[in-house]
Write a protein that binds this ligand. Structure first.
Ligand code: ADP
Ligand code: MG
Length: 687
């Protein structure tokens, strides 16, 4: 049996309930894992002379105590420091209560700011009675004092920092507080870690700054190690899913050879290597799950298609699912162009667009019969009416746009299919090691040949006229331009109005001699399609749009991008947007229009101006925002780290990763710890 917190003195039913509801604390073990939010250094100050204005902690002997009645009554305790200097302690509040605590001839540890008022004094000091018999008596001052997360609901039950400190002292004091070692002895030795009880003691009651740091290092390591064990076991579970369908061996697909000979370019080394690696691995005993990361414009689509051909030629279906209609259509068109006419009836496009009922039924039939070998679509592929004949490969484009369940559902439509989740938001190494540890990783680093750098600049409003002039020049020279307005759900109506108004002005006043069109997410699909087609064909020169074009859109002749209110976009979003230009052979430009003053926004914009490297930008993003928001992971919940931090504790993350792989066996207590702490919030990828 786990010992309940109610075993601690002073914890009754109500307090226990408050602990459970607000902090999920049930047992004494849980309580000890409720870590301080921060600390105050209240170690006794070594002073020779008291000086006004200083924050100090002192041991004092109380000489006399009296109540002074003036305009406001106050309690005054005249004391002497250990150096023999006089110090008065003064309280204006809680006088009646305090006079019973602070008595003549007691010894106190007091903390506060010194000031001078007819003598040295301290007003409303924090203090603790020092019982000369009791060495452990220093709970609230005279040491490094922990501050605990609390709130009204907890404070009502006396659970402020003081209350927690008292509880922790009691919990650490009882016999057998049930804190078994979770990290194997050998690893603790190897890294010079504290044993668990000592670490817990020091995190709540640090002897000094150094032991506190060591305790934190120990507990961080423990957390990361156990998390990595969990991820390792998850990858083993995946490895146990047997393969049911197999692609052709690499090198024997006629269709892949055919594709290569028809491509208007040569595949990069990275692309070739990735295709070979994934196809080869996907012929093993177990079904595979890959994360294919490659910066914007690195050419993931053709890689996905090449791999898919190895399945299709083996008589197995493949599906590509994309987060937006525009993108799904573009993939369909790209694939249809690349594969040529003879392939037309083996492709199918399924989107949410409501066409004729009969058409849709026909499509579904072709998918169910297997006649459609490659199915490209949006979320609508997930609907229950969509049934495959034999789906062996699922490709998820812009994977972070999909929820865990959606990815899982599409996978379930197949026969233990392999999955390739593609992302253009490069995932920093520490996150790869942990969050995505159960996926195999393939990376396209190299950019396709002939790409010119994108010149990025940040302009303020005063340069608007010059900016328009420059856009005019490029468009007159035959190039095309995107002008992007922010649009977010929270202020959608206002944003849409702003974008529409801007469009009208751009169309009628600023660029009357060009064709300007508007594209936004609220338009009907056929209208969107028409606008996109006209832009792709070069009939439209300037496309005013919102972040609907953020992902995937590919128009090589578009070389200028203007992003309005750039401060409202995140780094990765800006980087993705910018990736819409620089796709052809002409020099490209990206203009960030912003009046930003705020430090974070300035940092973001400057990062964009200075770098085109998606990996670097992702690291900057991670630093500014923390891992929770990156990749939109927040919605899906990051695992509940209490003390470790994947960004700041990079070294420990890497150490513990290697250790977990080498020492994957853990005991039942560690298992339970993992279950409690991580299993709820974790991201589980399609296995
Ligand atoms: P992303 O990785 O961002 O999805 P895409 O697959 O959309 O990138 O590819 C971007 C553009 O690069 C497309 O126009 C595509 O045809 C082109 N492309 C892909 N691979 C190569 C290559 N090896 N050489 C030249 N262009 C390429
Ligand atoms: Mg793409």
């Amino acid at each position: 049996m786990k010992r309940s917190v109610t075993e601690l003195r002073g914890v009754g039913a109500a307090k226990a309930q408050a602990l459970l509801e607000n902090c999920a604390i049930e047992t004494i073990g849980d309580l000890l894992y409720y870590f301080p939010r921060r600390y105050l250094d209240r170690t006794v100050t070594e002073t020779t002379l008291l000086k006004t204005g200083e924050e100090v902690t002192l041991v004092v002997n109380v000489g006399s105590v009296y109540l002074a009645h003036g305009r406001k009554s106050r309690l005054v305790a005249n004391c002497r420091t250990l150096n023999g200097e006089a110090l008065s302690l003064v309280w204006f509040r809680g006088v009646q209560y305090l006079r019973r605590l602070v008595e003549k001839d007691t010894t106190l540890v007091v903390s506060g700011k010194l000031d001078f008022f007819s003598g040295m004094q301290m007003v409303h000091p924090d203090f603790e009675l020092l019982d000369p018999e009791d060495e452990e008596g220093l709970t609230h001052v005279g040491r490094i004092v922990p501050l605990y997360p609390s709130g009204e609901a907890l404070k009502k039950h006396g659970l402020d920092s003081r209350g927690f400190r008292r509880l922790m002292a009691l919990a650490l004091d009882i016999e057998n507080p049930e804190v078994p070692q979770l990290v194997p002895e050998a690893l603790r030795k190897k890294h010079g870690l504290y044993d668990r009880l000592r670490a817990l003691r020091q995190i709540h009651y640090p002897d000094d700054a150094e032991s506190l740091a060591e305790a934190r290092r120990t507990l961080k390591y423990e957390e990361l190690y156990l998390f990595n064990i969990l991820m390792y076991h998850k990858s083993l579970v995946r490895e146990r899913i047997p393969r049911r369908v197999t692609p052709l061996p690499f090198g024997s697909s006629q269709e892949f050879e055919g594709l290569k000979s028809q491509l208007p370019f040569e595949l990069t080394k990275d692309q070739k290597r990735t295709i070979e690696e994934i196809v080869t691995e996907c012929r093993g005993e177990h079904s595979e799950a890959y994360l294919l990361q490659g910066d914007v414009g690195s050419g993931k689509t053709v890689v996905a298609l090449s791999i898919a051909l190895h399945y299709m030629e083996a008589g197995v279906q493949a599906a590509i699912i994309a987060p937006t209609e525009v993108l799904a259509r573009q993939h369909y068109r790209t694939v249809a162009d690349l594969l040529g006419l003879e392939y037309a009836n083996r492709l199918e496009l399924l989107t949410g667009q409501r066409g004729k009922k009969k058409d849709r039924e026909l499509k579904l039939e072709r998918i169910a019969s297997g006649e459609a070998a490659l199915v490209i679509g949006t979320h609508s592929l997930i609907e229950p009416t969509v049934v495959f004949h034999q789906l062996g490969l699922v490709i998820i484009d812009e994977q972070h746009r999909f929820g865990v369940e959606q990815r899982e559902t599409i996978r379930e439509k197949g026969v233990n299919p392999d999955t390739i989740a593609m992302t253009a938001t490069p995932i920093p190494r520490t996150l790869c090691l942990s969050e995505f540890a159960d996926l195999k990783l393939a990376t396209l680093k190299e950019k396709p040949a002939g790409r010119k750098p994108i010149k990025t600049m940040w302009l303020r409003e005063s340069r608007r006229a010059a900016m328009y002039k420059s856009v005019h020049k490029h468009v007159s020279a035959g190039r095309q331009c995107f002008i992007v307005y922010p649009m977010i759900a929270e202020s959608e109506k206002v944003d849409l109005k702003a974008a529409t108004a801007a469009f009208e002005e751009l169309d009628g006043v600023v660029f009357p001699d060009f064709r300007v069109e508007l594209l936004h997410g609220k338009m009907k699909p056929p209208d969107k399609e028409r606008v996109m087609t006209d832009f792709r064909l070069g009939k439209t020169q300037i496309l005013v749009t919102t972040s609907v074009i953020e992902v995937g859109v590919d128009v090589p002749n578009a070389t200028v991008m203007v992003i309005e209110h750039a401060e409202r976009f995140g780094i990765s979003q800006l980087h993705q947007l910018r990736g819409r230009v620089g796709r052809g052979t002409e020099e490209s430009f990206c203009v960030l229009m912003s009046e930003a003053e705020n430090e974070e926004a300035v940092e973001r914009l400057e990062a964009l101006v200075n770098s085109e490297d998606g990996f670097y930008l992702a690291e900057v993003d991670l630093k500014i925002r923390g891992p929770g928001q990156l990749l939109g992971l927040k919605q899906h919940g990051l695992p509940g780290f209490r003390i470790a931090d994947l960004v700041h504790d990079r070294k420990l993350t890497e150490l513990s990763y290697a250790d977990a792989r080498e020492n994957p066996e853990i005991g039942p207590e560690a298992r339970e710890f993992i279950r409690k702490q991580f299993e709820q919030g974790i991201i589980i990828f399609p296995n």
